[in-house]
Design a protein around this ligand. Structure first.
Ligand SMILES: [Zn+2]
Length: 227
């Protein structure tokens, strides 16, 4: 880092971390009951190497190909990763600009703080419990899924069939009726009306009432026709 990192650069990097990054508390089962059993860090994955190089030029880190490779051995995704110390140093500067990972970052920073104050091994079970709690908390935060329902406008309108009030909303703007029953009734009446008005005057049937089935002079349908 040659130049001081500006707040605008930190805000941009925080945005990238929100979208492409990961905050992790990893657990080494081999080092159980030791301080190093838990390790916190952050990383940013991307296929756009110049982006990772830019971030690296501002806040450091190491770029390396992702371990997961395709069948042909080609890997075009890269990870910019940070050591625990580096993460502890950088993350507080990004915190104010994070949106998606703010909660996770706060947990990770609380973890770092506790870890820094207890650097010597072995450690108490109470402390291990705290580390595990932090690890699980971050994992849970990652699993939260949000759903969004357009708030839109809504108002009381009168059903155009029966006149009863119903809640119209802009998310369903074509709704004109209080119920499906009223909708069907209207459509049924309209289709009968169409038959009636569609009959030419010369047929002598134009005086037919709306909704009435016209008598076209056809022989009546016989039930149970036998051949
Ligand atoms: Zn109605």
């Amino acid at each position: 880092m040659t130049q001081e990192v500006t707040e605008i650069e930190l805000a941009y990097i925080a945005g990238i971390l929100d979208g492409e990054g990961t905050l992790v508390i990893g657990k080494h089962s081999k080092r159980e009951n030791r301080c190093e059993a838990y390790r916190g860090y952050m990383a940013i994955a991307n296929t756009h190497i110049p982006l990772l190089e830019y971030i690296q030029s501002r806040i450091g880190g190491k770029i390396h190909p992702q371990k997961k490779r395709y069948k042909d051995g080609i890997c075009d995704c890269y990870t910019l990763s940070y050591s625990a110390n580096k993460t502890r140093d950088i993350l507080p500067k990004l915190l104010a600009y994070l949106v998606v990972k703010k909660d996770q970052a706060e947990v990770l920073l609380a973890f770092f703080e506790r870890q820094a104050g207890n650097a010597s091994a072995p450690i108490s079970s109470e402390l291990l419990e705290f580390y595990e709690e932090c690890r699980v908390k971050i994992k849970r935060l990652k699993k939260i899924r949000y759903s969004y329902e357009s708030p839109g406008r809504s108002e009381l309108r009168k059903c155009s069939q029966c006149g009863k009030e119903f809640t119209w909303s802009s998310s369903n703007p074509m709704r004109l009726y209080c119920s499906n029953w009223c909708k069907r009734k209207t459509h049924w009446t309209r289709s009968n009306h169409r038959i009636a008005v569609g009959i030419p005057a010369w047929s002598g049937l134009s005086g037919i009432q709306r909704g009435e089935v016209p008598n076209l002079g056809l022989p009546p349908l016989t039930q149970g026709v036998t051949r």
